[in-house]
Design a protein. Structure first.
Length: 150
């Protein structure tokens, strides 16, 4: 069974991200926890997880969301990757038009082999391709995104 501790380092980073990118979360209490080990999902290690707090626990804690971070993975990351992980988890936390908290799914999902075989065929993959082409990448020129067989 996993062991949990409070994660003030995560909270400090999250507060800066909320101010900059996630204004919709201001005023909502989020609990940040470290897990002593990574979770597993579908055979892969998961370094973070965002969850909506059940209403009976909201009554006790006052929290709307919980973000769990695998402490060993977090500790091994440089600051840039820590920020990316926390930002990713905050993106799951959403307040809908009726001010109800919800957890958002990922914008896209797929397999590397799927891209190799079929390219950016689905609408969510087309959006991802467009975003990747518009990103400022850490090289002098933007690479052409195409699928190569291998």
């Amino acid at each position: 069974m996993a062991q949990y501790t409070q994660a003030p380092e995560v909270e400090n980073i999250a507060n800066k991200l909320i101010e900059k990118y996630h204004n919709h979360l201001q005023g909502f209490k989020i609990i940040y926890l470290f897990r002593d080990k990574a979770m597993k999902s579908k055979g892969k290690e998961v370094y973070g997880k965002a969850s909506k707090v059940q209403s009976k626990y909201q009554a006790i804690t006052g929290a709307t969301f919980v973000i769990e971070i695998a402490e060993p993975a977090f500790a091994s990351m440089d600051h840039k990757h820590q920020v990316a992980l926390i930002d990713h988890e905050l993106m799951h936390c959403f307040i809908d038009e009726n001010d109800q908290p919800t957890i958002l799914s990922h914008d896209f999902e797929g397999f590397n082999k799927e891209l190799k075989r079929h390219g950016f065929w689905a609408s969510d993959l087309q959006i991802m391709k467009k975003q990747l082409q518009q990103m400022e990448l850490p090289f002098n020129e933007k690479p052409e995104l195409k699928v190569v067989s291998g």
